[in-house]
Design a protein around this ligand. Structure first.
Ligand SMILES: *Cc1c(COP(=O)(O)O)cnc(C)c1O
Length: 338
């Protein structure tokens, strides 16, 4: 029987309809701005998020790096969460490739960096210090929705101190759908607070490849040069952009199904002895195990037919290729093996 793959929402396969859209895409050389499918996607996502321009890139890591490097020069600094993707999970790229100093700060349980800590970390204008240039936040963070009033306050504070603001919104649309109401309006309500936003098409939206950075025309022009330098200038990339456009058309509202599946998984595991479930807000469920249960558990679950990850805690991610029936089957296995 096919294993139920809950390792990440990156494991999705393009659907038949998405593949048809890819096959039909008009293409051109995107380094010359000649690819109509890429141009259409960029115009679309920029408009959706209320920005002047967008840049299509292969990965979320490159999108964030283009953003950080477009905001910060060599020797400048960005303030970022200690457990944020743009600090911890991107190979130190901002420092290695951008000569940008990270200033990581501890996040609260909800992912917010206390504004007093941001204030204390902004360096005085003095030759001893790197110049603090940017505040980078993440939403969703570990599947949690960063509170909108916090976003408004933190970005307003950053602006008052002359900092630019960047959102790693790899799963922005999960946050938008979790808010209830119109997801497009929610996404815009979040994005409006930031100078730049990075979104992934290859996570919950189910495209095989691709992310976008959105921002002002001037910022995106700088990011375009940086993308070339980083090796991300793709040619007939319209086949990939068509998948992303298809995902924007068809895969946003359905993220609510993934969230419901994550909740069902959490409810089914609640109350098992030695198992502590953090109620999921979106499509990512974290589970803590008593130490005697934790040893070798990822391998045991794999052998039983459920794939998950377990770096800090057990992590289960729901997505397009996991149905409610799969969740019911996964629960039978998990209740037996946890
Ligand atoms: C996955 C992810 C990224 C990076 O995306 P890749 O396409 O894997 O490089 C960035 N930020 C967050 C929060 C992510 O989950």
């Amino acid at each position: 029987m096919k294993p139920i793959d809950l390792r990440s929402d990156t494991v999705t396969q393009p659907t038949a309809a998405m593949r048809a859209a890819m096959a039909a895409a008009e293409v051109g050389d995107d380094v010359f701005h000649d690819d109509p499918s890429v141009n259409a996607l960029q115009d679309r996502i920029a408009a959706m998020l209320g920005k002047e321009a967008a840049l299509f890139v292969p990965t979320g890591t490159q999108s964030n790096l283009c953003g950080l490097m477009a905001h910060c020069e060599r020797g400048e600094e960005y303030i970022v969460g200690q457990m944020a993707h743009t600090y911890r999970w991107e190979g130190g790229g901002a420092a290695v490739l951008g000569s940008i100093q990270p200033q990581p700060l501890l996040q609260q349980a909800d992912g917010a960096i206390p504004i007093a800590d941001i204030a204390a970390a902004i360096k005085p204008d003095d030759a001893h210090f790197a110049r603090t240039r940017l505040l980078a936040l993440e939403n969703t963070w570990g599947g949690q929705v960063l509170p909108l009033d916090y976003i408004a306050q933190a970005t307003a504070f950053a602006r008052s101190k002359g900092l630019a603001t960047h959102l790693d919104g790899a799963r922005l649309f999960n946050a938008a759908v979790a808010g209830g109401g119109d997801p497009q309006a929610q996404a815009l309500a979040i994005a409006q607070h930031f100078d730049s936003v990075s979104v992934c098409f290859s996570k919950g939206l189910g495209a095989p490849v691709g992310s976008a950075l959105v921002g002002s025309r001037a910022l995106i022009a700088r990011a375009h040069r940086i993308r070339k330098m980083l090796g991300g200038g793709m040619r007939q990339a319209g086949v990939l952009a068509a998948a992303a456009t298809y995902a924007l058309d068809h895969h946003i509202e359905r993220l609510a199904d993934d969230h419901a599946n994550a909740r069902a998984l959490a409810e089914g595991l609640q109350g098992l002895p030695g198992v502590t479930v953090t109620p999921p807000q979106t499509n990512i469920l974290f589970v803590d195990l008593a130490p005697e249960k934790a040893v070798g558990v990822v391998d045991r679950l794999r052998a039983a037919g459920v794939l998950c990850t377990g770096l800090y805690k057990l992590r289960f991610v729901t997505h397009l290729d996991v149905s409610a029936d799969d969740i019911a089957r996964a629960l039978l296995i998990l209740r037996q093996h946890l």
